[in-house]
Design a protein around this ligand. Structure first.
Ligand code: ADP
Ligand code: MG
Length: 324
């Protein structure tokens, strides 16, 4: 279980002004400014949950993850993970967590991946039998094969990310932190990574906290999302409920032969091309089934699909609503 309570974190950074004169001045007297990265942030995450931690760049996501990993100490507040305070009992804490930062590598750049894995094994004191089992299983699931013999620097981004994820799991962590794990990956690698995380959670009950800008990651993996903006938690809830809260409207895509059907009250035309209309429907004015019947009575319908707002639309609406 993760308890994150009233956490504040401020970074103190030297102010820098352009120009050589200012650079010289800065050598003698530095001006500092404070960046409030986290402002009274609180949430709880139960064992076995998968949570999507979303928010725009600079919102405070990585800072939160670093605090939960014990890398950063907050200015105030409490964080208890599996009964420990990460930055106070770092050594024991890190044995129970796995971390992947999509933007940074934990693999040794110039040596074969397997050497980095062995370093991880020694660091975490994973016994030989368990190491071998985990390595076999991870190699198979993440299709590592030949990659293990390759130096990290020669891997493609997708290959490297699969190795990074394996490295973070060699010691069977209870909790996995993934900070933008699919950034820059191609479609196939993204799906492989998602499938793997899903399996890990289903089979081992691993708790997963995931930050991403890819809403398909969120859709595929998490039921619950935490929204952070400007260092504050703005929303915490079920993805489907949040979507409904943002908009109940449905989008109908109707393909037809012959004359285009007319729309009626409760419908707005969003797009039209030959033989196809995209209509936004407000179910509080007209029920979806009545809307479909109304359209179908006027033309020969070839195909029709009904969908709620997408996660992208929801997130874009939320970012606008909260001005973040
Ligand atoms: P996110 O991961 O959501 O993009 P971060 O947690 O990385 O956001 O950053 C939150 C804020 O703190 C940003 O304004 C960022 O510029 C600032 N920040 C992050 N790390 C540092 C640091 N090491 N020193 C100074 N400022 C930082
Ligand atoms: Mg970040």
């Amino acid at each position: 279980m993760i308890e994150f309570k009233n956490i504040n974190k401020t970074y103190r950074v030297a102010k820098r002004q352009a120009g050589l004169g200012n650079a010289m001045k800065a050598l003698f007297s530095r001006e500092y400014e404070n960046i409030h990265a986290l402002n009274d942030v609180s949430f709880n995450i139960q064992d076995g949950e998968m949570v999507g931690y979303i928010g725009p760049n600079g919102a405070g996501k990585s800072t939160t993850i670093k605090i939960m990993c014990g890398v950063l100490t907050p200015d105030s507040g409490e964080c208890i993970i599996n009964g420990r305070t990460p930055w106070k009992e770092r050594v024991r804490h890190v044995k129970e967590i796995g971390v992947v930062f999509g933007q940074r590598s934990q693999l040794w750049w110039d040596v074969p991946v397997i050497d980095s894995f062995e370093l991880v094994r020694d660091m975490y004191k994973v016994d030989e039998k368990r190491y071998k089992n985990n390595l076999d299983e991870l190699s198979q699931l993440l299709d590592l094969g030949e990659l293990l013999k390759t130096p990290a620097r020669s891997l493609s981004l997708g290959q490297r990310m699969r190795c990074e994820i394996a490295a973070s799991l060699l010691h069977n962590p209870k909790t996995l932190f993934l900070d933008e794990p699919t950034i820059g990956l191609d479609a196939v690698s993204k799906i492989a990574v998602r499938e793997f995380i899903k399996k890990l959670n289903a089979e081992y009950g691993t708790t997963v906290i995931l930050t991403t800008h890819d809403m398909q990651d969120i859709e595929a993996l998490t039921e619950r999302i935490l929204l952070i903006g400007k260092g504050r938690i703005l929303l915490d809830g079920n993805l489907d409920e949040l979507k409904k809260h943002v908009s109940e409207r449905k989008t109908l895509v109707i393909k037809y032969r012959g004359k285009a059907p007319e729309i009626c009250g409760g419908m707005t035309l969003v797009g039209a091309k030959k033989g196809q209309l995209v209509i936004s429907l407000d179910p509080s004015v007209m029920q979806v089934s009545h809307g479909i019947a109304y359209l179908a009575a006027q033309t020969e319908v070839l195909d029709i699909s009904v969908s709620g707002i997408t996660t992208e639309e929801m997130v874009a609406t939320l970012y606008k609503e909260y001005s973040i």
